[in-house]
Ligand binder design. Structure first.
Ligand SMILES: Nc1ncnc2c1ncn2[C@@H]1O[C@H](COP(=O)(O)OP(=O)(O)OP(=O)(O)O)[C@@H](O)[C@H]1O
Ligand SMILES: Nc1ncnc2c1ncn2[C@@H]1O[C@H](COP(=O)(O)OP(=O)(O)OP(=O)(O)O)[C@@H](O)[C@H]1O
Ligand SMILES: [Mg+2]
Ligand SMILES: [Mg+2]
Lengths: 257, 257
């Protein structure tokens, strides 16, 4: 089971759009995929059309079960919402904002999510974790539970600024909590080739990360931002759009390596 | 002294761009303006060209002084970095991420920033607070310290989803901590008139907020995202650009009402 955390503390860079479309593309290729929405905003939950008011159990419930009765997995089972044949989602609602204080006081507060994933180890080929725009305890849990980090990066000046901090945080987690953790890919998102700034930032990112920067670039494409209002990933709803084909190409590149 | 919090927990909607350009426009009109960067990412600090490694004191230092020695304002004085004749910035670095745990244990943890602002009450006409993309304790401090909330809103589906939660949080702060708090304006940002989704979302926002939605709309304009790499607000660097003139028009509308 490969576990990928989609992480970048800069807001609005395409984390959720990437997690949702990559998970869906992997499922279309027949992989058994689990997406966990680790952001209290719950955008990935909405992106898959799940109705927040009628969820069986959410990640907040799962984390509570993990902290209070670590040997039980009743709530965890209830939280796995099927989306089609080969994809499941553990959804999030605003209740998840209340999990950080709960986790703060738990022993091993940084590895609760990792422990939870170990319980369902053999049921999935891939797990995608969509992180919130911060480097707080939820994101640390994501990094501790991940084998690889996928960093969506908008080619903008402010987005570049946060990269070195993200690297430091990943390094700390690797040193103290998760020695396997590594950056798998940096994925340039909302790329607009006509814009000089985009190219300048892209050049700097390649200089910083070398071959970790995917050769596939996700263009700015309105279909990607329209799809969530229909509750389906763009790779399903608009498979021929520039945005969807870029995500499908990216997943093929990932599978090949 | 008018205190405006620029708040929206959705990431990347233009909070920092709005705070920086509105503050700069107000200063150009001769107002004495203070901008406080309340986001550990420190983008507003960079947007004004302040070098993070050579700051006298940051918001994290100010909050620490406020918690540990409430009667002192030595650090607060050091934290006021002048930018031109009529604008000052209290900067932020990543250390601010460490302030939430510090605030958590303080008595009156939600009103520490408000108490700090009271010390400099008569020196400024306007204070702009740039909030991080979350509804945690830093953002609650911003809401508790503000007279008005300015909500930048990207015309996208995910951004719409977070609005009702933001309203609930504002309502709670108004009821329990800050009875004066009210939404001053909702400002539509990165608006692209050619895009059908933009128009649909804009219509929903107007239906939800009525006349609180500013008649000025900030267009998507590359000059706004280029300016931070020069360390100056776009209203200074590219005053004739579509983005800068929209912010200048918005400030004139605000001053008129
Ligand atoms: N390539 C793209 N082209 C056009 N729009 C995009 C693209 N990728 C994402 N978007 C839109 O941009 C906005 C931000 O993307 P998204 O919400 O996925 O970012 P995020 O990093 O998850 O944000 P947050 O930090 O709030 O979690 C969304 O409205 C989304 O629909
Ligand atoms: N009207 C606009 N046109 C084009 N680009 C814009 C516009 N407003 C903001 N941007 C760019 O979009 C990105 C997001 O804006 P900004 O950082 O101001 O949002 P934010 O809400 O402060 O983000 P965060 O949630 O991370 O604090 C930045 O790179 C910024 O330069
Ligand atoms: Mg997201
Ligand atoms: Mg910001």
């Amino acid at each position: 089971m490969a576990v990928w955390g989609v992480v970048n503390q800069k807001g609005g860079v395409g984390k959720t759009t990437t997690a949702v479309n990559v998970a869906s593309s992997l499922a279309q290729l027949g992989k058994r995929v689990l997406l966990i929405d680790c952001d209290p905003q719950g955008n990935a939950t909405t992106g898959f059309g799940l109705e927040k008011s009628s969820l069986q159990a959410t990640l907040a419930d799962v984390l509570e079960e993990a902290v209070e009765s670590p040997d039980s997995s009743t709530v965890l089972e209830q939280s796995l919402h099927p989306i089609g044949d080969s994809l499941w989602v553990i959804p999030a609602t605003l209740d998840l904002a209340g999990s950080e204080p709960l986790l703060m006081n738990a022993v091993g507060k940084e590895v609760i999510l990792r422990e939870t994933l170990a319980k369902i180890q053999d049921r999935f080929d891939w797990v995608m974790l969509d992180a919130p725009p911060s480097l707080g305890l939820l994101t640390i849990n994501v990094l501790a539970a991940s084998d690889r980090v996928l960093v969506p990066l908008q080619c903008e000046f402010y987005a570049l600024e946060g990269l070195s901090q993200l690297m430091k945080t990943i390094e700390m987690v690797r040193r103290r909590i998760n020695p396997n953790l590594d950056i798998a890919q940096v994925l340039l998102t909302m790329h607009d080739g006509r814009n000089r700034l985009t190219q300048q930032v892209a050049d700097e990112v390649v200089a910083f990360f070398g071959d970790k920067v995917s050769s596939i670039v996700i263009p700015r494409n309105v279909r990607l931002s329209e799809a969530p209002s229909f509750g389906k990933p763009a790779v399903e709803l608009f498979p021929d759009s520039r945005g969807a084909t870029a995500y499908a190409d990216f997943v093929r590149e990932v599978m090949a390596s």
